[in-house]
Design a protein around this ligand. Structure first.
Ligand SMILES: Cc1cc2nc3c(=O)[nH]c(=O)nc-3n(C[C@H](O)[C@H](O)[C@H](O)COP(=O)(O)OP(=O)(O)OC[C@H]3O[C@@H](n4cnc5c(N)ncnc54)[C@H](O)[C@@H]3O)c2cc1C
Length: 245
């Protein structure tokens, strides 16, 4: 897949894992396998030395006696226990069902914690997703480009690449990030390449980022572009802000 404008994302492998959950990483054999596989399809050959970054995770699936991991169900199961403090355990799940799962989880947790509001999220936009009004609509996908053009007109001083990245990452919350700013000098200093203070403050205040890893990798993939040493520089900047606060 084309990835982060300048890169290609190649994957995945799907292997059983029994090791330490804090040491999950791609193996040399997996890198070699993915390079070989890519080289079967593309004219320009790649080698493990071309790999700039990799990520891995362990996906817990519900055991359903299927023959292979690929065939195992992706359905989720909620296990509840309120013999003592209410305890909810989630097994399995998919990106496509995360809202359904979250709703079922809160439908159970709300009442046992004394909240009787009842479900309301089924017809609500995710934060920043209200491009065309407060309810989800296909227009947000189909007419995103048009909406983006409007954003660019609202902030003519913002470089196009930055406007596109902010719009894709934050949707309508781009207006929170850029609120009163009228030019690049209002964005604060560039803490590391590609990251202005304005975005770092936004991520700390609105998306609960507390460290460089949150900002460079969890909330974005800016770490890929920021170069070596970026994490230390950003952690120092965050520490100074936290001390002042
Ligand atoms: C390796 C792997 C591969 C997968 N592949 C696929 C796939 O190909 N297709 C697919 O559909 N699904 C896939 N899934 C499953 C899918 O990613 C999950 O089902 C889905 O992301 C669950 O969404 P969620 O919002 O419920 O939870 P999460 O995405 O886990 O989000 C929970 C968030 O809460 C944050 N958080 C946790 N505790 C706190 C706290 N105390 N304070 C603040 N924040 C907190 C976490 O940092 C996280 O960002 C995969 C999962 C894994 C692990």
């Amino acid at each position: 897949m084309p990835y982060e404008q300048e890169y290609t994302l190649i994957g995945t492998t799907d292997l059983d894992y029994a090791g330490d959950l804090d040491e999950v990483a791609i193996s040399e054999a997996e890198v070699a396998y993915l390079c070989q596989l890519s080289n079967r399809y593309f004219r320009r050959a790649i080698a493990p030395s071309d790999v700039v970054w990799s990520y891995s995770g362990v996906r817990p699936l519900v055991e359903d006696e299927a023959a292979t991991a690929q065939a195992t169900t992706r359905d989720f199961i909620l296990d509840t226990d309120n013999a003592g403090s209410p305890l909810l355990t989630v097994f399995g799940g998919k990106i496509t069902t995360f809202r359904k799962l979250a709703e079922e989880a809160v439908d159970w947790l709300g009442p046992v914690l004394g909240n009787r509001t009842g479900g309301w999220t089924a017809g609500a936009c995710l934060p920043g997703g209200d491009l065309f009004g407060g309810r989800p609509t296909n227009r947000s996908v189909l007419e995103f480009g048009q909406w983006l053009e409007g954003v660019k007109r609202s902030y003519p001083w913002l470089p196009a690449a930055l406007a596109e990245r902010y719009a894709r990452a934050y949707g309508t919350r781009i207006h929170l990030l850029l609120a009163w700013r009228q030019g690049i000098p209002d964005m604060g200093k560039q803490i590391v390449p590609g990251l202005y203070e304005a975005e770092a403050y936004y991520l700390m205040e609105q998306e609960w980022a507390v460290c460089a890893e949150d900002i460079l990798w969890r909330r974005s993939k800016l770490g890929l572009h920021a170069g070596g040493g970026a994490e230390e520089v950003l952690d120092d900047w965050i520490d100074q802000r936290m001390r002042r606060a």
